[in-house]
Ligand binder design. Structure first.
Ligand code: MTE
Ligand code: CO
Length: 426
C-alpha cells in the first residue's frame, strides 16, 4: 500500500507508516514484575472493610454473577452498524477475557429476528424430506441419543467485516468479537438422520430455526454425517436463550450462520436451499463482480487481545505479557508468531492451554517493554499448513467489496504511553 489514493484505507489512521517506526521492544533477560513495597500504601497499612465485616451468605446469589468491579466486561453493540437491534449483533469482550472458554453470558449474539423464547416442553425437532421415515423429536427423545462434549469456536462470517475497507473499529471486541468458544453437550446430527434413514438422493440437510426469522441454511451431507451436533448445553448448563435454547446446530469450523439456533426442522434434500432462493447475503463479492459461494470454512486467524485499544498498557515499561487468540476452521493451530515492529521481526508465541481442533487457542508472548512505540501483530498457522495472510494480500485476491471472511493480520499501534489504536501499515 503506497498511499497513492487508489485503495480505501482509513485516512485518519494513515499517519502510522513504517517511517514512524522506532526500534520496537527488546527481549529482556530478567523479568521482574513486582514493585518495591511502599510504606505508606493504605492498601497494605489499613484494615479494609472486607476484612473487617463478614460478607454475603450462601443464600444471597442463587445464580452467581461476576464481581461488581467487572461491570465493564460486557457484550457491546455498535448502534450505527445495523438499522435495528432486533436484527443485529453484539460483540464478545475479547480484550477482557482469558483462556479459551467464553463465559456463557458474554458470548456474542447475532440474530435476524430477535432471540426466540421457547418452552422446551413445547419444542419439537422434525426430520423430513428424503428420508425413509419422517420423525418428530421432543427434547426428551433427543436426550436418549449418545451424548458428546466438544469445545468449538463459532465465528460469524462477518467478523472483522468492517475492516475490509481499512481500520474502522477501535477495539478487538469490535474488530474480532463475533467469535466465542464453549463446550457443547449434545447428540450427533448423524445419529438423528440415521434414525430417520437418509434416501440415496439426499445430499443436503436444510436446517431451519423456530425464531421469527425462521433462519434457514443448508449443510452438505458429508459435513452433516461427520461432526455436526445438535447441542442442548453450553459450558455445562442449558443453552442460553440468545444462543438458541433449547437446541442449536453445531457445525465445527464452518461459518456461524450455518449454526442454526432454536433448531426446529431438518429437511433432507437433493439440492441446497440456497440455490432455490435469493441468498446473496452469504456470498463474498469479488472486485470483478463475481462472487464466491459456499465459503463455509473459517480460515486461520488470530488477534492480540491485550494490549489492544480497550486494554492499554497501564504499568509502564518493563515486563509485558502479550495475550491473544488464534483459531482455524481447518483444525488445530500449530504455531502463532508475533511481531512488535510491524512485521520486520517475528517471534514464536507460546500456546498455552488445550490445543483442540476447531477451538480457540490461547497464546502468550512474554517480553520486556522498553517504552518505545510498537506495531503489534500476530500471525497464526494451522494444522493444514495455512498461514494467516496480511490484509493487503487478502485484498489483492478478493478486493474489498465483501464483508465476509476477513482473516487478515491485525495491527495495533501502541504509543509510548501504552495506549493502543487500530491501524494498518504498509
Ligand atoms: N439461527 C437462527 N435461528 N436465527 C439467526 O438469526 N443467526 C446466525 C446463526 N444462527 C441466526 C441463527 C448467525 S449469522 C450467526 S453468526 C450465529 O447464529 C451466531 O450465534 P450466536 O448468537 O450464538 O453467537
Ligand atoms: Co453470522
Amino acid at each position: 500500500m503506497d498511499g497513492s489514493g487508489d485503495q480505501p484505507l482509513s485516512i485518519a489512521r494513515r499517519r502510522f507508516l513504517r517511517a514512524g517506526l522506532t526500534g520496537g521492544a527488546a527481549l529482556a533477560g530478567s523479568l521482574a514484575a513486582g514493585r518495591a513495597a511502599a510504606a505508606d500504601d493504605p492498601a497494605i497499612t489499613e484494615i479494609q472493610d472486607w476484612n473487617r465485616y463478614s460478607g454475603d451468605g450462601v443464600d444471597a446469589h442463587p445464580y452467581g454473577m461476576p464481581s461488581k468491579f467487572e461491570a465493564e466486561v460486557v457484550r457491546r453493540n455498535v448502534p450505527w452498524l445495523t438499522a435495528d437491534p432486533i436484527s443485529s449483533v453484539n460483540f464478545t469482550p475479547l480484550h477482557a477475557l482469558d483462556g479459551i472458554i467464553t463465559p456463557n453470558g458474554l458470548c456474542f449474539e447475532r440474530h435476524h429476528g430477535g432471540a426466540a423464547v421457547i418452552d422446551p416442553a413445547e419444542h419439537r425437532l422434525m426430520v423430513n424430506g428424503l428420508v425413509d421415515k419422517p420423525l418428530v423429536f421432543t427434547m426428551d427423545d433427543l436426550k436418549r441419543f449418545p451424548r458428546h462434549n466438544k469445545i468449538y469456536f463459532l465465528e460469524c462470517a462477518a467478523n472483522t467485516g468492517m475492516e475490509w475497507r481499512g481500520s474502522q473499529l477501535n477495539g478487538c471486541q469490535f474488530t474480532h468479537g463475533m467469535v466465542h468458544c464453549v463446550m457443547y453437550t449434545g447428540v450427533l446430527l448423524k445419529d438423528i438422520l440415521n434414525e430417520a434413514g437418509i434416501k440415496p438422493a439426499g445430499k443436503w440437510v436444510l436446517a431451519e430455526g423456530a425464531d421469527a426469522a425462521a433462519m434457514t441454511r443448508s449443510i452438505p451431507m458429508e459435513k452433516a454425517l461427520d461432526d455436526c451436533m445438535v447441542a442442548f448445553a453450553m459450558n455445562g448448563e442449558a443453552l442460553r436463550v440468545e444462543q438458541g435454547y433449547p437446541i442449536r446446530l453445531v457445525v465445527p469450523g464452518f461459518e456461524g450462520n450455518m449454526w442454526v439456533k432454536w433448531l426446529r426442522r431438518l429437511e433432507v434434500g437433493d439440492e441446497p436451499w440456497e440455490q432455490r432462493e435469493e441468498t446473496s447475503k452469504y456470498t463474498d463479492l469479488l472486485a470483478n463482480g463475481k462472487a464466491r459461494h459456499f465459503t463455509w470454512t473459517m480460515e486461520v486467524k488470530s488477534v492480540i487481545t491485550s494490549p489492544s485499544p480497550q486494554a492499554p498498557i497501564k504499568h509502564g515499561k518493563g515486563p509485558l505479557v502479550l495475550a491473544g487468540l488464534a483459531w482455524s476452521g481447518n483444525g488445530t493451530i500449530t504455531r502463532v508468531d508475533v511481531t512488535t515492529d510491524g512485521g520486520r521481526n517475528w517471534k514464536t508465541a507460546r500456546i498455552d492451554g488445550p490445543s483442540l481442533p476447531f477451538a480457540l487457542h490461547r497464546f502468550y508472548y512474554e517480553m520486556d517493554w522498553d517504552g518505545s512505540e510498537m506495531f503489534l501483530q500476530s500471525r497464526a498457522m494451522d494444522e493444514k499448513g495455512y498461514v494467516q495472510p496480511t490484509k493487503q494480500a487478502l485484498r489483492a485476491v478478493r478486493g474489498s467489496n465483501s464483508i465476509y471472511h476477513n482473516n487478515g493480520i491485525q495491527t495495533w499501534y501502541v504509543n509510548k504511553d501504552g495506549a493502543a489504536e487500530n491501524v494498518e501499515i504498509s
